[in-house]
Design a protein around this ligand. Structure first.
Ligand code: COA
Ligand code: AMP
Length: 633
């Protein structure tokens, strides 16, 4: 029998009592005056309390006598490197790095950007900032310099921590030139850069500004310097994580300290069913929210062992990599994006690599980041013979809005659904007028306010955009921007975004942002970017451009330049490989581009020609242009 229903009801009856009880599992420097309060128009948790997230993720376990327990396992099939860190060693690394950062002048409240590949030092950096009460902002390594510069200008960091390079299959990506370019473009001036030198591509350092990571740590060590945990307010920001909005300007999602650690630790026990000392592996990247929550903070807050994996599900060296890791380290739960499983299934459809390894430790597979298509879920179930749990969440929430809570006892699985709302989330499906729609009917998925602990209290330095983006459309609710429905049993089905965000290989990208970049090409008059269905990545972007009159250059050249431009300005992660020059874009009579209709043509879905279309003949032009690229034909 699952305890889900009684737990959800318990939360609904007394939300503050529920979260206060959950908070009891953690250490607090001083207690809260109010579990929940509205402060300056924002919803806040554990108001008045002081705490430190790093203390709870690291020191607390050492103090409790678990210092010898494994905290971090690093496994890098891409370099052949492996390493293990106990909680004692993690404390040594983090408190030394924090002291070195202190020596560079980093103080509580300062922002620090972390632009790093999947190496343990990325975790040390995040935890060292948390220790000092500095606010980290991790930028995914696949973003190009202009994206990094945008984040530098918004977060105004005092320092940037980076590595000399990242490694992708078949190529080493020197980070230092990317960092230098970003710093050249950015208006905000950064005082100090700390570079972790990797042998694959050591970087030249700029005297005065750049510091060698190992050197500054050695200096701190030689003076026996270790930084203590700063007492911060529970409501102080722990980090800012930028995520795609509807324009090229990303949203700086703020995460606080107190509510975040309470919700994440609760989720480890009740959603993921992980006990202290067990090995938990989220195969993602620290640049994404999954990495923040479930590579770094949640497993460590629970005293579990986390894995830092520098590789891909396939090709490093084969589709058995995940299974090698599970068997080598005795992983109890694996969390990844469905796209990783589609990649594995494509290369190993019969599961020959799966059978090569002892996977008896693995109890559950968790999927999130994009819609888990039933075919992929069924394949994983058949191959692994364990429960496959889809769960739904967003950068904004930091943990699952809906899941099948394994720790509370699993509910029946329904393919295509991430199951039921978690305690803290009163999820309602609304019509345009803000009224709940009947069960089974499609609508806008919203969460009745207040949002639970860990969810964003606001956007960095932009309360106004926070209110406008999330709270204004449906007063009294948080708008998730996902559309879907709830069935008779209270299971949610997440069908599509209601904005122009697309999901490419589990990565959230803004088509609006890509359109802004394409519009900057000197020959381009108008653009539209849509996300079309892709067997491996779920969706991939396709760009359409209309040229300025009088442009007399081969279309193929302009298309190539547009593809390159997205890579230069946004990064390889945008995965835009197709841009088509078209004579016109289909529009309504009032001038709105009919992106949804274009997407349906590309995906070969049935559609009705919109009654408001200006000129239906344009749809045939679009069909022809796509067919010439082998799309939708
Ligand atoms: N630094 C620099 N470049 C990066 C990068 C990084 N950290 N991560 C990805 N890229 C590059 C890739 O090399 C690729 O470049 P290319 O166009 O030259 O080939 C491009 O960005 C797109 O990357 P990706 O979308 O990851 O595609 P892929 O073809 O390399 O791999 C999968 C496909 C499915 C194997 C891969 O997307 C994957 O492992 N996904 C797992 C899902 C995941 O981690 N999601 C995160 C949220 S849970
Ligand atoms: P991100 O903020 O990058 O985590 O992306 C969040 C978005 O990814 C959500 O708003 C959804 O559109 C999508 N998403 C995440 N998890 C799921 C899921 N389990 N099922 C369907 N869509 C999902």
């Amino acid at each position: 029998m699952s305890r889900y229903h009684e737990t959800y009801e318990r939360w609904k009856r007394d939300p503050e009592g529920f979260w206060a009880e959950a908070a009891g599992a953690l250490d607090w420097v001083s207690p809260w005056q109010e579990v929940y309060a509205r402060v300056d128009g924002l919803d806040r948790w554990f108001v008045g309390a002081e705490c430190n997230t790093c203390w709870n993720a690291v020191d607390r376990h050492v103090k409790a006598g678990h210092g010898e327990r494994l905290a971090v396992i690093y496994d890098s099939p891409i370099t052949g490197r492996k390493a293990k860190y106990s909680y004692n060693q993690l404390l040594e690394e983090v408190s030394t790095l924090a002291a070195a950062l202190e020596d560079l002048g980093i103080r509580r409240g300062d922002r620090v950007i972390i632009y790093m590949p999947m190496i343990p030092q990325a975790l040390f950096a995040m935890l060292a900032c948390a220790r000092l009460g500095a606010i980290h902002s991790v930028v995914f390594g696949g973003f190009a310099p202009p994206e990094l510069a945008t984040r530098i200008n918004d977060a105004k960091p005092r320092a940037i921590l980076t590595a000399s390079c990242g490694i992708e299959p078949g190529r080493v990506i020197a980070y230092k030139p990317l960092l230098d370019q970003a710093l050249d473009i950015a208006a905000h001036k950064v005082e100090a850069c700390v570079i972790f030198q990797r042998e694959q591509a050591p970087a030249d350092l700029k005297p005065g500004r750049d510091h060698d990571w190992e050197d500054i740590c050695s200096v701190a060590r030689s003076f026996g310097r270790k930084a203590d945990c700063a007492a911060v307010k529970a409501t102080d920001p722990l980090y800012i994580l930028y995520t795609s909005g509807t324009t090229g300007q990303p949203k700086g999602v703020v995460r606080d300290n107190g509510g975040h650690m309470v919700a994440l630790r609760w989720s480890m026990e009740n959603v993921y069913d992980i006990r202290p000392g067990e090995v938990y592996w989220a195969a993602s990247d620290v640049g994404w929210v999954v990495g923040h929550s479930y590579i770094v903070y949640a497993p460590l807050l629970q005293g579990a062992t986390t894995i830092v994996f520098e590789g891909k599900p396939v090709g490093t060296p084969d589709p058995g990599t995940f299974w090698r890791i599970v068997s080598e380290y005795g992983v109890s739960a694996l969390f990844t994006a469905p796209t990783a499983f589609r990649a594995i299934k494509k290369e190993d459809p019969d599961g020959n690599f799966i059978r090569k390894y002892d996977l008896s430790s693995l109890r559950t597979l968790f999927l999130a980041g994009e819609r888990a298509d039933p075919d992929t879920v069924k394949w994983a179930e058949d191959m692994l013979k364990i429960p496959v749990v889809d769960h739904w969440w967003q950068t904004e929430t930091g943990w699952a809005i809906a899941a099948n809570p394994v720790g509370l006892g699993m509910l029946p699985v329904k393919h295509g659904s991430p199951s039921v709302p978690m305690p803290g989330y009163d999820v309602q499906v609304l019509d345009e007028g803000g009224h709940e729609v009947p069960r089974g009917k499609l609508g806008a998925i919203c969460v009745k306010l207040p949002l639970p602990p860990s969810c964003l209290p606001t956007l960095w330095n932009n309360d106004e955009r926070f209110h406008k983006s999330y709270l204004s459309h449906f007063p009294g609710y948080y708008e998730t921007a996902d559309a879907g429905y709830m069935d008779e049993d209270g299971y949610l089905y997440i069908m599509a975004r209601t904005d122009d965000i697309i999901n490419v290989a589990g990565h959230r990208l803004s088509t609006g942002g890509m359109e802004e970049v394409l519009a900057g090409h000197p020959n381009v008059a108008e653009t539209a970017v849509i996300g079309i269905a892709d067997q491996l990545k779920g969706q991939v972007p396709v760009g359409f451009v209309v040229l300025k009159s009088g442009v007399d250059r081969p279309s193929a050249d302009i298309e190539k330049e547009c593809v390159a431009r997205i890579r230069e300005k946004i990064g390889a992660v945008a995965a835009l490989k197709t841009v088509v020059v078209v004579p016109r874009l289909p529009k309504t009579r009032s001038g709105k581009i009919l992106r949804a209709t274009m997407r349906k043509i590309a995906d070969r879905e049935e559609f009705k020609t919109p009654a408001t279309i200006d000129d239906p003949a344009i749809l045939d032009e679009i069909r022809g242009a796509l067919a010439a690229k082998g799309i939708g034909a």
